[in-house]
Design a protein around this ligand. Structure first.
Ligand code: IMP
Ligand code: MG
Length: 180
């Protein structure tokens, strides 16, 4: 039987650090939206942000709704195609809503920029962005990030929702993929 951790390198962000940071982010997000008379829409960018969204939402005390959007830019490679495509749209009516995009990681910035533009054109009342991880050194498309969990170096990482060719999403830690 093959070992489930084959190809995995060092742990970049461990599970306990992730949970601690999510608590801090949730407190800041709560403060930002405090006093709003309607729920914020947490827009989870599938599939990578699934686990981050699940943990973050349970640390928030403000009223929220949850919806999903899928964006593809990688396929089986470890380099962004630079041409992300929206492959599913949210079911919640987003016009006039306060939308918080929840991302797993921002790399080139193309995906986040596309989502921000899409939501603005749709007529969202406000659009903010929280990402667990940010490879700021790789940015080719400037994009405003309202909250970031961790700034990480230019390494391909997996775990805590992030995959390589659909594997490793279930790891509790964020780890470097050795072969990348
Ligand atoms: P961007 O459009 O180049 O910013 O890419 C953003 C998307 O690429 C993220 O939402 C991830 O799905 C994926 N991605 C970027 N870097 C990594 C990585 O190191 N591991 C896994 N997925 C990544
Ligand atoms: Mg993603």
């Amino acid at each position: 039987m093959s070992t489930p951790t084959a190809g995995l390198g060092e742990t970049l962000v461990d599970a306990a650090s992730i949970q601690r940071r999510i608590g801090e982010l949730a407190a800041e997000i709560d403060t930002q939206y405090q006093g709003l008379d309607r729920p914020v829409v947490l827009l989870c960018v599938l599939k990578g942000a699934l686990i981050f969204t699940a943990d973050l939402v349970r640390r928030l005390t403000i009223p929220v709704e949850i919806d999903f959007m899928a964006v593809r830019s990688y396929g089986a490679g470890t380099q962004s195609s630079g041409r992300p495509a929206l492959s599913a749209t949210a079911e919640v009516q987003l016009r006039g809503r306060d939308v918080l995009i929840v991302e797993d990681i921002i790399d080139s910035g193309h995906t986040a920029a596309l989502l921000r533009r899409y939501l603005t054109e749709l007529g969202a009342r406000s659009v903010r962005l929280v990402t667990l991880l940010d490879k700021t050194a790789r940015r080719t498309r400037p994009v405003h990030v309202d909250w970031r969990g961790f700034d990480i170096p230019d390494r391909f990482v997996v775990g805590y929702g992030l995959d390589h060719d659909e594997r490793y999403r279930n790891l509790a830690d964020v780890r470097v993929l050795d072969s990348a």
